[in-house]
Design a protein around this ligand. Structure first.
Ligand code: ADP
Ligand code: ZN
Length: 220
């Protein structure tokens, strides 16, 4: 099964992707996490990506697609993948379709997690993330049990550089200009299902899994 989670920054893709990957036993590929990891390691890719990320811009397609194609060639991706934060442009979507087609595969489902703009801004500006397992928290809506510490793994929580107000509004702008057209792209192929991203993490997770199961059953 090859699934894409589509949604604006702050829609909850990351949280849902972790849960759904575990539930459906899929590899979880998050291009944002891969870029942040490359930065931590100080690689050339990481340095290049940082130039764009800190401004809230997209990393160029060429770089992103090359990294993604290498990642999906790994053995853990054979059983299926949940894509989180990729594709983000039409060119990326087309490159992914082409690469899967070459392996006789295709995207099965695209889940669009929908959240209103004001809510996105609120969520992103209070977001804290675990350095170790990347679990997200929110200082108001989902605080950790112990301040500054991850409930799941005890890791240290930090605020991402691009979660500052000016960068957040740029990221939202970029989403509506460059990524939102993918909603049409996947609607046209009949692969898009919309899930309401407002509510508890658990409810959104249930909505996502129900949508995926319904679609999977419909295809059989
Ligand atoms: P969010 O969805 O909250 O913005 P991500 O971790 O998915 O967080 O992405 C953070 C940043 O990483 C993006 O703003 C962008 O600069 C870069 N990035 C991640 N995925 C892609 C992609 N598919 N194409 C281009 N840039 C990307
Ligand atoms: Zn953690």
């Amino acid at each position: 099964m090859y699934i894409i989670l589509l949604g604006a920054p702050g829609a909850g893709k990351g949280t849902q992707a972790v849960e759904v990957a575990r539930e459906l036993k899929l590899a979880h590929i998050a291009t944002g996490d891969m870029f942040r990891e490359a930065q931590k390691q100080g690689t050339a890719l990481g340095l290049k990506a940082r130039e764009y990320m800190e401004k809230g811009k997209l990393v160029p397609d060429e770089i992103t697609v090359a990294m993604l194609l290498e990642r999906i060639s790994k053995p853990d991706c054979r059983q299926g993948v949940i894509f989180d934060g990729f594709p983000r442009t039409l060119a990326q979507a087309e490159a992914l379709d082409k690469a899967l087609e070459k392996q006789g595969k295709a995207i099965d489902e695209v889940v669009y997690i929908k959240v209103a703009d004001e809510e996105l801004m609120k969520r992103l500006s209070g977001r804290w993330i675990c350095r170790q397992c990347q679990s997200p928290y929110h200082k108001i809506t989902s605080p950790p049990k112990v301040e500054g510490k991850c409930d799941r793994c005890g890791g240290e929580l930090y605020q991402r550089d691009d979660d500052k107000p000016a960068t957040i509004s740029e990221r939202l702008k970029v989403f509506f200009a460059q990524t939102a057209p993918l909603i049409d792209y996947y609607t046209r192929t009949g692969k898009l299902v919309e899930v309401n991203g407002v509510g508890s993490v658990d409810n959104v997770r249930k909505g996502t899994l129900t949508a995926l199961r319904r679609e999977a059953a419909g295809r059989k």
